[in-house]
Design a protein around this ligand. Structure first.
Ligand code: AMP
Length: 402
């Protein structure tokens, strides 16, 4: 697999550049941005282009608008926040490829930044529509993709648009390159011991990642709701804990394969159990072999935390995706927070993937201690699954003769 074309290899001097960003930020009911990490992460690529004398056209989606323009999905608040972060003021277009966007893009001067309206106000965006992609491509001379979070989707601004630029006029931005480089390093040449810590609700969502990782890791730590399908497969009574009955055989296969490969597989040995899935339910610590009927495990217990910490102690590379419990409720967040601390304190290269896991790390105030926190949930999982993303494939360096 060849490398992706880097933005640094493109002659950007005084060009008009289109940057596909991921400004899909969370907002409250009043339209206030509650977390601007995705906007901040895009800044290095934007500034680099401005430094090269570019006029910069930015485009992103926000949420899932269904029927064209809808004010609640407007990118106007993002334009405002970007203006604060960037200086100069960001020019905002009322549409995506309509008269306003075209006129503003045509008049854009070096050093100016234009943000288009939400790409998904155009129906063709999620359909990878070539006409929309062509219209977008005509707004600029160069295409840069820095929207890792949508690279696993063949959408018009991610995939079809690349057909209108040759390899001297399209590239990956800094954020996208960093995401790809970290994932490739993990998959291809991790420093050992390499430990994967996987949690979250379901085995089904991470099955392919587990399968692809198994031959590559030295240890696999499984926590969160998905651990119960494995515990059930071992014959334990798991009460009302989360279970994917149809995946019990698959869980057995994974455990068997781990034994064959010599991978050490760790499951929780105790849990924080409750009778109802609610923040005010009474809780107790029980071993995973003694979960009473009618109770469910909603977090890993203190013994599991110690066990996992010990297993992590000699790690040189750690990949973490998925919380250890229902971290959204304080009562069931301790396991995830403590594992976050353990990973942050280790001397390993630590890579965190998935929105929930990034939230845990932020709540634990460990973000600065991690080597890399991926901005894309689905996309980062697909890279670890070993897939080539539709948004990344067209940015690979052409081989001789292509
Ligand atoms: P995922 O999207 O698959 O990574 O799952 C994240 C979700 O898993 C979070 O919302 C957690 O609340 C949930 N989760 C973690 N542990 C458990 C558990 N033991 N029981 C139920 N849900 C869980």
């Amino acid at each position: 697999m060849s490398d992706v074309i880097s933005i640094k290899e493109i002659d950007l001097a005084n060009k008009k550049v289109f940057i596909r960003c991921d400004f899909n930020v969370p907002m409250d009911e009043f339209g206030n941005i509650t977390d601007d990490r995705r906007i901040v992460s895009a800044v290095p690529t934007i500034r680099y282009c401005l430094d090269q004398g570019c006029a910069v056209v930015l485009a992103s989606h926000l949420g899932r608008p269904k029927n064209g323009y809808d004010e609640s999905f407007s990118l106007a608040p993002v334009a405002k926040r970007l203006s604060r972060i960037l200086h100069p003021d960001v020019i905002f277009a009322d549409d995506v490829v309509g008269a306003d966007a075209k006129a503003k893009a045509a008049n854009l001067k070096a050093g100016e930044v234009l943000l288009l309206e939400n790409l998904r106000f155009e129906k063709g965006e999620t359909k990878n529509d070539e006409a929309l992609a062509k219209a977008l491509s005509e707004l600029a001379d160069v295409y840069i993709n820095d929207a890792f979070g949508v690279c696993h989707r063949a959408h018009a601004s991610v995939e079809a648009i690349t057909r209108f630029f040759d390899s001297k006029h399209k590239a990956a931005g800094f954020l996208l390159q960093k995401e790809i480089n970290f994932a490739q390093r993990l998959i291809k040449h991790p420093t050992r011991p390499f430990v994967a810590v996987v949690g979250g609700s379901k085995v089904s969502g991470k099955l392919q990642a587990l399968t692809n990782l198994l031959p590559r890791v030295d240890k696999l730590i499984i926590g969160g709701g998905m651990a119960f399908t494995f515990l059930k497969a071992l014959g334990y009574n798991i009460g009302n804990s989360l279970l994917e009955e149809e995946l019990i055989d698959e869980a057995n296969n994974i455990m068997k394969r781990a034994r064959e490969l010599g991978v050490k597989l760790y499951l929780p040995v105790d849990v924080v159990a409750a009778q109802t899935f609610s923040a005010d339910s009474a809780i107790k610590f029980v071993t995973t072999q003694e979960i009473p009927a009618g109770w469910m495990g909603l977090d890993i217990g203190p013994a599991s935390t110690r066990l996992f910490k010990e297993a992590l102690a000699d790690a040189q590379t750690i990949w973490w995706n998925g919380p250890m419990g229902v971290f959204e409720m304080d009562k069931f967040s301790k396991g995830s927070i403590k594992i976050s601390h353990a990973i942050a304190e280790s001397h390993a290269t630590t890579v965190v993937g998935g929105g929930d896991t990034a939230d845990v790390v932020a709540r634990a105030s460990d973000a600065d201690e991690m080597t890399f926190i991926s901005t894309g949930g689905g996309a980062s999982l697909e890279l670890i699954e070993g897939k080539e993303l539709p948004g990344v494939r067209p940015l690979r360096m052409p081989k001789d003769g292509e």
